[in-house]
Design a protein around this ligand. Structure first.
Ligand code: ZN
Ligand code: ZN
Length: 112
């Protein structure tokens, strides 16, 4: 009960198209990096489908690690701003995380 190729009734289908699932013989199969297809059109449709899926993510081209990296950079930038603002406006020293961190390191280096 082996299926036959949609294009060749006499040839047995070796694979199914990755896109439209038609049975196709080795002669009709277009093998690409993304799978086996019955035609160039199916290959293109599959590529477009994959692309639209990628576009569906939250940050296209950036990725989760890109976002985490951006947030960390923003936090560091914020701490630096607070640190310098505290020099001008001392009441900010209470939230000067960077200043506290530097002070801690200085204490360790001083052996105290
Ligand atoms: Zn197809
Ligand atoms: Zn065929």
């Amino acid at each position: 009960m082996s299926r036959t190729c949609v294009n060749h009734r006499e040839a047995a289908a070796s694979v199914m198209c990755h896109r439209c699932h038609k049975p196709i013989c080795t002669e009709c199969t277009i093998v690409t990096a993304t799978g086996s297809f019955c035609s160039a059109e199916c290959n293109l449709q599959h590529a477009m489908f994959k692309q639209s899926q990628a576009r569906g993510s939250i940050a296209p081209g950036l990725g989760v690690f890109g976002w985490v990296f951006a947030v960390i950079l923003l936090l560091i930038a914020f701490m630096v701003v607070i640190h310098f603002a505290a020099k001008i406006f001392p009441p900010l020293e209470g939230i000067d995380v960077l200043g506290g961190f530097i002070g801690g390191i200085r204490k360790i280096l001083a052996g105290n």
